[in-house]
Design a protein around this ligand. Structure first.
Ligand code: LLP
Length: 419
């Protein structure tokens, strides 16, 4: 359920017609619904109300500070993977005590930043990283709260690029070696073992891989407890999928029921790191048709958003729904929706049966709230899109469209080129 809907054949976000946003802010523009964001967050959060838990929104899926503020106001924490994401979270007013930090390549300066901020948990992904965190904490006179990110070796049955919990993936510490890793961690003077964590992949549409991963983690927790290692937190990561087209992912409450049942009497605080399931269908990319053309019988709709704005179709052949902002009775034909970028891979939709769009017409690329703006770039020197948050009948530009000046910010012509 989301708040993008047709009224008299016109697409609206909450109480605002998208046409009005295009008029005011231009295109391409990401548009998010505050109401959908809040509802998705609370549905997920409330699904786990029977157990001790903390929802840490995955910043990588959408890192706009206004969006992060929405979840902070709901009492949520965040999952970060870089110093930059920590900076954003703090700017947004997220409680540092609700921040968990994952990622295989944490730099020393990033670890120090997180220690100074006083985050809840480092999800440590290797023994070397563990030693570096211990040394950093020692230098700063702090104890680093840690969990080891265990790679449980379960198949998430998703796109190979976004599966992370198989033993051949780069993430985490092999579950078989994790007990030994915890023993090593216990001997380090400046780390405090607080939990175990895993994240097995993204856009999962089945519950069973999550349950399998939890079972493996449970086994590990009981082995650790036998050795006197106290585990307070169990972080199950993110990964719950959404409907882009015809997928039928479990509802968060079904997911929660299965997790709660499997957890049984495990005495821990659960941490979840959802991203996509919260923001994916709470945002769209609003774009305008620049041209329509046919090449050798193939129809193309050229729009003003490209792979630099939304790279998911080019990168993963992902499907995003395409909707006209103004619906009218007209013929349909098979077409590709493509951007202005100089690459054949620059497309938003391929071989779709679409209404005969016209020049200057507005189009909504659906389900673009997660991994949309955050993966955008300036390729082809295209200023990045604006972002707008809708709240009832109000709109707010939560990120200005970039300007040409923004494109060259920080660049400089060296003196030896002026000689
Ligand atoms: N926690 C960790 C440690 C992660 O690596 C991820 C996503 C998440 C949580 C959030 O997963 P989610 O609930 O959003 O599935 N760019 C790809 C997705 C990459 C996901 C990477 N990790 C895409 O556009 O589909």
């Amino acid at each position: 359920m989301n708040d993008f809907h047709y009224r008299n054949n016109e697409l609206w976000c909450e109480e605002v017609p998208l046409k009005a946003i295009a008029r005011k802010v231009g295109t391409p523009t990401y548009v998010y619904s505050r109401h959908t964001l809040e509802r998705h967050f609370s549905v997920f959060d409330e699904a786990f109300e029977k157990i001790d838990h903390l929802v840490c929104f995955a910043v990588k899926s959408n890192s706009n500070v206004a969006i992060l503020r929405i979840f902070a106001r709901e009492g949520g924490g965040v999952d970060i993977v870089s110093g930059g994401e920590l900076y954003r979270a703090l700017q947004a007013g997220v409680d540092p005590g609700k921040v968990v930090y994952s990622g295989v390549g944490k730099r020393v300066d990033e670890i120090e930043f997180a220690l100074e901020a006083g985050i809840l948990l480092f999800n440590v992904e290797s023994l070397q990283e563990l030693e570096v965190i211990d040394a950093c904490a020692g230098r700063l006179g702090k104890k680093a709260p840690i969990a080891l990110r265990v790679n449980p070796d379960v198949d998430p049955q998703t796109h190979p690029y976004i599966s992370t919990g198989l033993k051949e993936n780069k993430f985490g510490i092999n579950v078989k070696k994790s007990l030994e890793a915890y023993r090593q961690a216990r001997n380090l003077p400046n780390v405090e073992i607080k939990g175990v964590s895993c994240h097995i992949g993204s856009q999962l549409t089945k519950i069973s891989p999550f349950v399998d991963a939890l079972k493996r983690l449970k086994r590990l927790v009981s082995l650790l407890r036998k050795e006197g290692i106290r585990i307070r937190y169990l972080d199950l990561g993110g990964g719950l999928g959404i409907t882009y087209r015809e997928e039928e992912p479990p509802h968060p409450s079904d997911y929660a029921r299965a997790i709660i049942k499997t957890a049984k009497d495990l005495d821990v605080t659960f941490i979840f790191e959802p991203g996509r399931v919260i923001v994916g269908n709470a945002g769209i990319l609003l774009t305008k048709v620049l041209y329509t053309k046919t090449n050798d019988d193939k129809r193309f709709i050229v729009v003003d958003a490209g792979m630099n704005d939304l790279i998911r179709p080019s990168l993963y052949s992902s499907y995003h729904g395409i909707q006209p902002v103004l619906k009218s009775r007209r013929e349909t034909a098979t077409a590709d929706v493509v951007g202005p970028i100089c690459e054949s891979g620059d497309y938003l939709a391929k071989g779709r049966d679409l209404p005969l769009f016209e020049r200057n017409e507005l189009m909504a690329v659906m389900s673009a709230g997660a991994y949309g703006f955050t993966m955008s770039s300036n390729y082809n020197s295209r200023p990045r899109a604006a972002e707008v948050l809708v709240d009832g009948n109000r709109i707010s530009v939560i990120r200005k469209r970039e300007t040409y000046r923004d494109l060259v910010r920080g660049e400089r012509i060296p003196e030896f080129l002026s000689e």
